[in-house]
Ligand binder design. Structure first.
Ligand code: NCD
Length: 318
């Protein structure tokens, strides 16, 4: 296993080999999750705390299920209602939890960089479950696993990421991962929703769906992240759907066997046509959810191995 890191904070520092190891182990967890008996003891005796400073449905459920299937003691803390206005609050909360001896901390936070900061303060493994617009590494890994299983490979593919790129940590982590694996990534969206400095990202940018989707193997749609918009970025949702919403008609520009992805939650009729999202011949959206549990099991399993090894080196009892 090549993955030797202490934390999983982003895709940025992973190598091709790390990504390969994580996905290979994830495949074995997909198989386990399809059995009646879904338990393993990879995290037995360990404590996992899920700290979500921002609302989440699938990511939190997925991490919780992943931890439980691996035998960890899992505690969920929904912190979005509490005061998170000051950086101090985050660190104080982290220090309080740290005193309870958790082994894995899964953290989602609305501020980019908050999870990295927290990781410096605690002595357990930290997993980033999404920080602001920065990174969402397990989402990119589950997307990669979905693509690898659907397409039989994860290199030399044409992949379009469409919509609200500017506010999306999912897009950022995916661009990093897919680039590392030597794919050709295209970004499609209105110029107002394209991040600054895109020229340095090694991607091609389009503001026309028909043009950008030409012959792509994978179409990844993104939600309009209204909660991160301060002002009007689009004329109206109707206009947006007309130009950038994915429907069967626009999809005809892509390769005949192109797959359609969305990280969820979806706005049907805003960024994607509901019938297309449910079309099991094209859409792999439900597969993404399934892969999510397996990827999180693999990530926590590998981090726990690294944690145990580090503690053994330090002579701490585990
Ligand atoms: C994404 C997120 O939270 O960044 N959702 C998710 O984790 N499944 C994308 C989104 O909120 O649109």
């Amino acid at each position: 296993m090549s993955f030797r890191a202490r934390h999983l904070l982003g895709i940025e520092h992973l190598t091709q080999e790390d990504i390969g190891s994580l996905l290979d182990l994830s495949d074995s967890y997909v198989a386990l999750n399809r059995r009646d008996m879904k338990h393993s003891d990879a995290l037995a005796g360990l404590t996992q705390i899920n700290m979500f400073f921002e609302a989440s449905t699938r990511t939190q459920a997925s991490f919780e299920l992943a931890g439980k299937r691996l035998g960890a003691d899992v505690m969920n803390m929904g912190l979005q209602a509490s005061s998170i206005k000051k950086g101090e609050t985050l660190i104080d909360t982290a220090m309080t939890l740290n005193a309870m001896h958790p082994d894995l901390l899964v953290v989602r936070h609305p501020h980019s960089g908050a999870v990295n900061l927290l990781a410096e303060k605690v002595n357990c493994a930290v997993l980033n479950a999404g920080d602001g617009r920065h990174e969402h590494p397990t989402q990119a890994l589950l997307d990669a696993l979905t693509i690898r299983r659907a397409k039989g490979r994860l290199h030399r593919l044409r992949i379009a990421i469409c919509g609200d790129i500017a506010h999306s940590r999912v897009a950022r982590s995916n661009i990093l991962l897919l680039g590392k694996m030597e794919n050709r990534v295209r970004l499609i969206g209105p110029p107002t929703l394209m991040p600054a400095g895109i020229a340095d990202w090694g991607v091609e940018a389009f503001d026309d769906m028909a043009e950008g989707l030409q012959d792509v193997d994978v179409v990844m749609m993104l939600r309009l992240q209204k909660e991160r918009m301060d002002g009007a970025f689009i004329p109206s949702e109707r206009e947006y759907y007309h130009r950038f919403g994915l429907d069967a008609d626009k999809l005809r520009n892509a390769a005949e066997d192109a797959i359609v992805m969305h990280p969820g939650p979806m706005n049907r009729g805003v960024e994607i046509d509901g019938t297309l999202a449910d079309d099991i011949n094209r859409s792999v959206i439900q597969d993404q959810v399934e892969m999510g549990v397996a990827v999180r099991m693999a990530a926590m399993d590998l981090l726990a191995r690294n944690l145990r090894a580090a503690r053994q080196d330090e002579g701490v009892m585990v």
